[in-house]
Design a binder for this molecule. Sequence first.
Ligand SMILES: Cc1cc2nc3c(=O)[nH]c(=O)nc-3n(C[C@H](O)[C@H](O)[C@H](O)COP(=O)(O)OP(=O)(O)OC[C@H]3O[C@@H](n4cnc5c(N)ncnc54)[C@H](O)[C@@H]3O)c2cc1C
Length: 253
Amino acid sequence: MHTDGMSTTGQMDEVYPVLIVGAGPAGATLALHLGRLGIKTLLISKHHGTANTPRAHIFNQRAMEVLRDARLEERLSEVACDAAHMAHTPWSDKLNGTEYGRMWSWGNKPGKKHRYEMASPCRMSDLPQSYLEPILVGEAAKAGKQYPVLDTLGIIVDGKQLNTALNVHIQADLSRYMENRPGSLNWVLNTEAPEWSAAGNFRMVRPWNEWLVSMHPANIDGRSFEPTNEQIQGRLKQMVGDNDVEFEILSSF
Ligand SMILES: Cc1cc2nc3c(=O)[nH]c(=O)nc-3n(C[C@H](O)[C@H](O)[C@H](O)COP(=O)(O)OP(=O)(O)OC[C@H]3O[C@@H](n4cnc5c(N)ncnc54)[C@H](O)[C@@H]3O)c2cc1C
């Protein structure tokens, strides 16, 4: 993406003082801040669009402060879920089964909550990458202006690949399991689990009907295993423990 400086023939006709390679959350935030500071920046990505899967989501208060400084806090509050939606992290054998335990999470623990509130004007937020990136990149584009040419500085901003799990992006109404324990990360551990998904996690994308279900293998030994759609459906049902729940698989990665 460029903010200006492209000729009608598609050839770059300008030199940019800053080049950012990678338009994920880090690159786009950097481009936005530089643009707001009046530093002309070229932000490029290998993809045509912004993130098509939710990936990064839990933003702590310091990260939210960076977005507040970028004057985006209000806008992002429309797409972010606040701390109350991620009050618990529970562990159970299935969502509809025995709960082994749960802990208060992300600054929600009664008796400690005030410390988080006093530490920052911002709140912990659940902000899926697929909702954040279009806003960040759009604002970074708006911040672009014409500035004098300086020496070029190339900044590579590419997050590490976390390929230790199969992530299944689904739609399913799981609200009944969240009524009493709203949580962003809901762990499932049971002995019937297959080797390729020994542990799993229902991560909330939208409360409470869009999820990213991570399925972690028993061993990380470099073997790749690609379960069939049927196996994934079966594992999802087993993790919920309720045959009446309908799943729509949006993607897996
Ligand atoms: C299921 C899941 C859950 C996660 N949960 C969290 C979480 O809660 N919190 C968290 O912080 N992180 C989480 N992560 C990790 C998260 O994805 C990264 O933290 C986040 O994406 C890092 O942002 P980034 O901008 O540094 O990198 P990326 O999002 O990886 O962005 C880098 C961009 O650069 C592009 N790029 C790379 N190389 C080039 C090149 N040579 N030329 C042009 N473009 C290039 C990439 O295509 C990409 O668009 C999660 C990941 C997964 C898979």
